[in-house]
Design a protein around this ligand. Structure first.
Ligand SMILES: C[S@@+](CC[C@H](N)C(=O)[O-])C[C@H]1O[C@@H](n2cnc3c(N)ncnc32)[C@H](O)[C@@H]1O
Length: 210
């Protein structure tokens, strides 16, 4: 069974993300997918916010989403873009997909939420062809002791209200240690604003399967 039910989060996330899109999130999604081509796997695709950003050089997107309500929205979104996107249930940690069968794997705001991010990275590596790209856009652990303390406190409750999302994960370090060579990576704070936000440190990058 690959369904993960987060009914309240599934209702709230598309609305929250629409606000984030206007604040700059859409531009990050475009940057994430710029220059991608060939066969693409997207894990935890949510409601399909990335779909409009796939360039015409992408021949097929296989989009996995385990939450049924979000999956239904993603299926609807897939019908509104010109790149062929098939939406299926599936967990990032156990991909029912052939070895070396994708040119690109996409992880966008998802490694914070999967139960085992290192295993998910190992699975994405397995299905990528040698030289294939992992494109990632994730929020990650902060760099100061104060921020990390704040994130650890937030993580006591955050996963319960945010569909299993954790804010203190060292996702960038795990990517670099999972059989990928990081070709480009940029850190930034998002969204902009003065209020303390435990999910503000982000990375966007491209890592190549060794
Ligand atoms: C914050 S949302 C991000 C959705 C989308 N990637 C985006 O960029 O908008 C996190 C997503 O991860 C999905 N998810 C949670 N656990 C997962 C797992 N083990 N495997 C795959 N996706 C998972 C959730 O259902 C949700 O759609």
């Amino acid at each position: 069974m690959t369904d993960l039910r987060h009914p309240i989060f599934a209702r709230l996330y598309p609305r929250l993300d629409a606000a984030s899109a206007k604040a700059g999130g859409d531009a990050y999604r475009a940057e994430l997918l710029d220059g991608t081509s060939g066969r693409v796997l997207e894990v935890g695709a949510g409601y399909g916010a990335n779909f409009p950003h796939y360039p015409a050089t992408v021949t097929e997107v296989v989009a996995l989403e385990p939450e049924p309500r979000l999956r239904a929205m993603a299926t609807h979104a897939a019908g509104r873009v010109s790149v062929p996107v098939s939406v299926r249930p599936g967990l990032a940690e156990s991909l029912d997909l052939d070895d070396a069968s994708f040119d690109v794997a996409v992880a966008s705001l998802v490694l914070c939420s999967v139960s085992d991010p290192v295993r998910a990275l190992s699975e994405m590596r397995r299905v990528l062809r040698p030289g294939g790209e992992l494109r990632y856009y994730e929020h990650v652990r902060g760099r100061t002791a104060r921020k990390i303390r704040f994130q650890r406190c937030a993580d006591l409750a955050w996963p319960l209200i945010a569909g299993g999302c954790h804010v203190s994960r060292r996702t960038d370090e795990w990517i670099a240690g999972s059989g990928f060579t990081v070709r480009a990576e940029r850190r930034f704070e998002f969204p902009p604003g003065r209020l303390p936000n435990p999910a503000s440190p982000h990375v966007i990058g491209v890592a190549v399967r060794d």
